[in-house]
Design a protein around this ligand. Structure first.
Ligand SMILES: CC(=O)[C@@H](O)[C@H](O)COP(=O)(O)O
Ligand SMILES: NCC(=O)COP(=O)(O)O
Length: 238
């Protein structure tokens, strides 16, 4: 069964736009859990434009499901934040400063030594590690040599091509997932997954453990409400 982790970055974006505490990020996270989400994802960025570092401490205290913190581990502040909070999972994403959103996975061949060292730091602290990768077999195979527990397949390319040609859009992801299964890596996925493309992805990716979804899910919640929306996403995964 594939778990749904709700990324609540966009709730923080809305909150921050007025400087108060509406919507309440912690309440939203607890409601996502109550409505059936199996995890909560946040991606604090150095400019704190949505999730603030302090939010992470508050969320860690409040939530009961799987807590997944995404971010760039080349920032020492991010490493310290994760180690101080010990989430169930950290997802390492190679974003540049000021990037509008995540737009590429790790080059696990070029960065193998670096990733091996930093992954050990998190694993020694008892935190499961996932690394964000493009759907490229060589990147998946090299990921396995870093000691990571899982990979997160970066699904933007799939999402963008899905409507034009769904078979072509999923093909590299199936190959990457087969490689991950072969080398013993768990598989997560995320970015631009939505109510249209999620079911086909989940049905065709062998061993898909978790999807983290934020932008589209929060947009859908404007129309359907958060509880209905989470139920609709869960149905795509069942
Ligand atoms: C890692 C990834 O694919 C993205 O989900 C990212 O975490 C979203 O971050 P923003 O909400 O800042 O676009
Ligand atoms: N890891 C992907 C994620 O958390 C959410 O991505 P998106 O649904 O906001 O594109």
């Amino acid at each position: 069964m594939t778990h749904l982790s709700v990324n609540i970055n966009k709730i923080a974006t809305l909150r921050n736009s007025r400087g108060g505490n509406n919507p309440d990020l912690i309440k939203t996270a607890l409601d996502c859990e109550r409505f059936g989400a199996q995890g909560i994802t946040v991606h604090p960025r150095p400019d704190e434009r949505h999730i603030r570092y302090n939010d992470v401490f508050e969320l860690k205290k409040a939530i009961a499901t799987e807590f997944n913190i995404e971010g760039n581990c080349t920032e020492q502040k991010f490493v310290d934040l994760v180690l101080a909070n010990k989430p169930a999972q950290v997802t390492l994403v190679p974003d540049a400063l000021g990037q509008i959103t995540s737009n590429h996975g790790w080059d696990t061949i070029k960065n193998k030594a670096y990733l091996t060292d930093i992954i050990k730091v998190f694993k020694d602290a008892g935190i499961r590690v996932s690394i964000f990768v493009d759907p490229v077999v060589e990147m998946v195979e090299a990921a396995a040599e870093t000691g990571t527990d899982r990979i997160e397949l970066y699904t933007e390319a799939y999402a963008h091509q899905y409507h034009a040609d769904k078979e072509a859009s999923i093909a590299p992801y199936v190959k990457a997932a087969e490689a991950a299964n072969r080398v013993g890596l768990g598989i997560n996925a995320g970015h631009d997954l939505d109510l249209h493309n999620l079911k086909y992805f989940a049905q065709n990716i062998p061993g898909l453990l978790e999807v983290s979804i934020g932008h589209a899910l929060i947009c859908d919640a404007l129309y359907y409400g958060l509880e209905n929306t989470i139920q609709m996403y869960l149905r795509q995964l069942s």
